[in-house]
Structure formats: C-alpha cells, structure tokens
Design a protein around this ligand. Structure first.
Ligand code: FE
Ligand code: CA
Length: 525
C-alpha cells in the first residue's frame, strides 16, 4: 500500500516539476491507459461550479472539477483535457491567458491552474471548457496589489460551519450584496456525520474512503448559494475537524479508531479537501499530510495568515476511555492541560507564525483561526472551573506563547477571525485573561455558523459574567461577519439571515462594531 502511494506521489511530483516550467500550470498526466469513454449524455461536467483562491500580486489559483460521470464518483474514468481561459472583461472577449489542463482521475478530475505573471491589482474573469463544447459558469477574481504598495481599502467576509442537512446556505446570498474582496472560510466546510433537525440529506454514513469524502464534498458543492460565493470572490481557506472527523487531534480520532486506519482515513479526507478547494500546488497532499497554513499580503494594508489548528496539535488533555474528543475538564483535576509541551500548531508552524508576526509591516494583521482563541471559563461537571479542551482553551501554554509574541507589539492591529462555535462573539484578547485590567493585545471576532445549529444561548450567556473580556455573544442566528478596513479602522458587521430552513431568505445586520486603527479591541458602533 505504502509502495503504491509512494510511486503515485513520485509521479505526481515529477508531473508537477514539468508543469512548473510553463506559466500555465497544467497537470501533466502520468502514463495511463485510457479506458473507453462511457460518458452519459447531457450531464453538466461543471456542475460543481468554479472557484478562485490565494490571490498574490501577479496571479491566483482557478479551480473546477470535470465531473463527466456525475458529481458522485462511480468510476475512476480517464484523464480529461480541460480548456481554461482568463480574461480582462466579464464577457470573456479580451482573453489574456488560456491553456489546457489535464484533469486526472487520481485527483478526482480536479483542475487547479496556478496563474503567475499577471499585472497587479486588477480584476479578472475566468472559465473552463471541454473540447466537446460544454462551458463552466464564469468566475470573477483579482490580483492583489504589489506587496507594500499603498492600499486604502480592503473588505472581507468570514464564515464557517455549513452543515448541509441542517440548512440551506442562505447566508452566502446575503454575502453577495456585501461584495467582499475576499472570503475567508474557517472550516467545517463539510460535515462527516448527521444529527439534529434536517432540511435535506447528504446521504450515506460517515465517510472513510477517498470516494466517500469526494462524494460528500460534491454534494455540498451543489448548493447554489455556495457556488455563487465561490464564483464571485477569491477565497482563503483552512479546515477544522469535520472535514475529517469530529474533534480529531493530529492522528488521534474521536472514537479511538485504530491508528493505521485513521492515518489512511485522514489522508483520504485531506486529499478530497485539496481536490475541492482553490489551493496552490504547495498544498498538494501526500500520504503523510498537507501544507495548508500560509499567508497572503494585500499591498501595505493587510496580511492574512491562515493557520492549521488540526493537523499538528497534541492529543486532547485528560481524555477518558469513553471519549477521545473535546470535553469540559476541571482545571484542578487536569494538570496535563497546562503542560508546556502541549502544542496547537506544532513546532514548525508555531515558529513560522511567530516569525511572521515579528516581521510584518502590514497595517492590519488578520489571523484566520479555526476555533476560539480567547479564554472561556466554564463549569466542569464536578463544579470546578472548567475549560473546553477542543479549542485554544485546551492548549493554554501554546496560547500564552502566542499572546507573548503579540504583546511584544511588532504586529499592528492583530485580529483573530474565528469559526467553530456556531455563534457570534466579540472578544478582547488580553495579555493575561485572569486580570481584567491587563493590556488588550488583539481583537477576536467569531462568526456564527452558515447553517449548523447554534449552541445553547442560555448556557453560554450564563458564562459571560465570569468572562469580562467577551463584549458580545449571540448564538440564535446563522450568518457570517463582514469587515471593511479603511484609514480609520475596521468596521465589523455581524450579518444574519431570517432562515436557513428555506432556500431563499432575507437578512440583516445584527450588530456593528468598530476597531480603531492602533487601538486593539472592538467598540460597539
Ligand atoms: Fe461546526
Ligand atoms: Ca468544529
């Protein structure tokens, strides 16, 4: 098994090395014997839509999947040549780049074209075609301004947690009106399991194999609002747990799955994630893992650092034989929680993030972060002070190391944008959360879920008196957060929809905040 995977990886790397020499980074197929085609007439080969991502000052990634056999994989099929085009106008008349990408069955016929060499700070439109004539929808994207160049304004929306069964993704329709420059997704892009009230089904038990995960992603991509959001703006993405398995940590699964089996399951999930996201080649997974953390720079104004809180973290503290995932543990009964050796990011990523935050000269520094960073005091089952072990509260020494970096103050205007908890939060990140008079070193904004059911309002609202650094909490609405940066600061709108139980919904701004430049902590607007 390992040998086969190794060979496949070598082939892929060699193919990439070849492709890397041309500007149009088309996939080059390893030698395969094409099986006779058994195309079904009439099926839209671009039914999963298009996407762009990871904009840099001279390029971006454009993505699609050529699903000739239907979005649900029932046959590996042959390699497919996909024509791609990039134009300066929405009607695709002034084409500036074009090429042919070979969509490989080994990658689920995913197409990732990494464009470079384009002029900075410009909008572009793109689409894909098959030689036989079918065309994809047209997507819009843009190149970032030159690194360090003056930039006045930047806007982004951030979102997370879209359970397909628990709702239609109506917040993405509301997001269209906000017209964000980029969309940041913080994970739980798919869910592996089913629970709660359901308005539609994603079919099947928990995914385990590559085809299982591919099919789950494909079903999620059929949501029209999600497809439109991808086609409108470039995205920056990181994952959380449900892209693989609830509450998993590194190579530890929630249910203590056999390590050998879980290694394979995680690799399958990571590959399917890569296949469905507009990610650069650096993210191409191998059987041991996937390089997802990265940063993007927009002129002199904004640096966005996307971190990976799942792949490298230490096992959850004080796991019980019954439960390998998150739980609220007593701080007295679980000294393991505070051990210095516990890591959220892993050594290499932690070092990288530290050096990134120590060197940045960007005016705003956004950290795309999977789960709640700020301390949240809760009650343990035995009545003691308790902390939830699946977010940064389960890694307090790692959190304090990062706070130490922020307190040294080289990175200005640091804002954590966070997902996971299915509720809106606005938090002051304090140098010492135990002291309400300690310095605020950063701001944390947490988006509610796109469609996943919210956490209990009463249960969490009851925690607020013990957590004075929390300035706002609301779990009863689904939505996302819209941020607009200009010379004064960052205007923050918590955006919500009326319903996710129907495919169409109205929406509104629930609350607005302002983060003044040079003054960490959001103020009610
Ligand atoms: Fe979630
Ligand atoms: Ca989660």
């Amino acid at each position: 098994m390992e040998k086969v995977a190794q060979t496949r990886r070598q082939l892929m790397r060699r193919a990439l090395a070849l492709a890397g020499t041309s500007i149009a980074a088309a996939w080059v197929a390893p030698a395969t014997v094409a099986a006779p085609s058994r195309r079904r007439g009439g099926f839209d080969p671009f039914a999963l839509g298009v996407a762009s991502g990871d904009p840099v000052s001279d390029g971006f990634v454009i993505w699609t999947r050529a699903t000739l056999h239907g979005p649900v994989i029932d046959a590996p099929g042959e390699a497919v040549d996909v024509i791609w085009e990039v134009a300066e106008d929405p009607a695709m008349r002034r084409i500036v780049r074009a090429g042919v990408a070979r969509a490989l069955p080994q990658l689920g016929h995913a197409v990732h074209v990494e464009l470079r060499g384009l002029p900075a700070g410009r909008p572009f439109w793109y689409r894909f075609r098959l030689p036989r004539g079918d065309a994809s929808p047209t997507g819009k994207t843009w190149t970032a301004p030159l690194v360090g160049a003056p930039m006045d304004r930047f806007s982004f929306a951030f979102a997370s947690c879209q359970h397909f069964e628990q709702g239609y993704f109506t917040p993405y329709d509301l997001m269209a009106a906000d017209n964000p420059d980029i969309v940041i997704h913080l994970g739980d892009y798919i869910y592996e399991s089913s629970w709660g009230d359901q308005v539609r089904r994603h079919e099947g038990p928990e995914p385990v194999t590559l085809d299982d995960y591919r099919n789950r992603h494909a079903i999620y991509k059929t949501d029209a609002a999600l497809q439109h959001a991808h086609a409108r703006s470039p995205w920056l993405v990181t994952w959380d747990d449900h892209e693989v398995d609830n509450d998993y940590q590194g190579l530890e699964s929630e249910d203590y799955q056999e390590p050998e089996a879980f290694v394979k399951r995680r690799a399958a999930a990571y590959q399917a994630y890569y296949e469905h996201m507009p990610l650069r080649r650096i993210a191409l997974p191998d059987p041991t893992g996937m390089q997802l953390y990265q940063r993007s720079q927009f002129g002199d104004l904004v640096q966005v650092t996307m971190i990976d809180n799942r792949q490298y973290r230490s096992p959850a503290a004080c796991r019980t034989p019954e439960r390998g995932g998150g739980q609220v543990v007593s701080v007295k009964a679980c000294p393991e929680l505070f051990e210095d050796s516990r890591t959220m990011l892993g050594k290499a990523q932690e070092r990288w993030l530290n050096s990134s935050l120590s060197r940045t000269s960007s005016r705003w520094n956004i950290i795309g972060n999977g789960e709640m960073f700020s301390r949240l005091k809760q009650k343990a089952p035995n009545g003691d002070e308790g902390h939830w072990t699946d977010d940064w509260n389960g890694y307090p020494s790692a959190r304090q190391r990062l706070i130490g970096t922020l307190a040294r103050g080289r990175a200005s205007n640091v804002v954590f944008v966070t997902g996971d908890i299915h509720s809106f939060w606005v938090n002051d990140v304090r140098e010492d959360f135990a002291r309400s008079d300690s310095r605020v070193v950063a701001t944390e904004l947490v988006a509610s879920s796109i469609s996943s059911a919210g956490v209990s309002y009463d249960q969490f609202a009851a925690l607020l008196p013990e957590n004075p650094h929390v300035k706002y909490f609301e779990s009863r609405h689904r939505g996302y957060v819209m941020c607009r940066i200009d010379a004064k600061g960052m205007a923050v709108d918590l955006r919500t929809v009326d319903t996710v139980r129907a495919p169409v919904s109205g929406g509104k701004t629930l609350a607005s905040f302002m983060i003044e430049a040079g003054r960490p902590g959001a103020q009610k607007a």
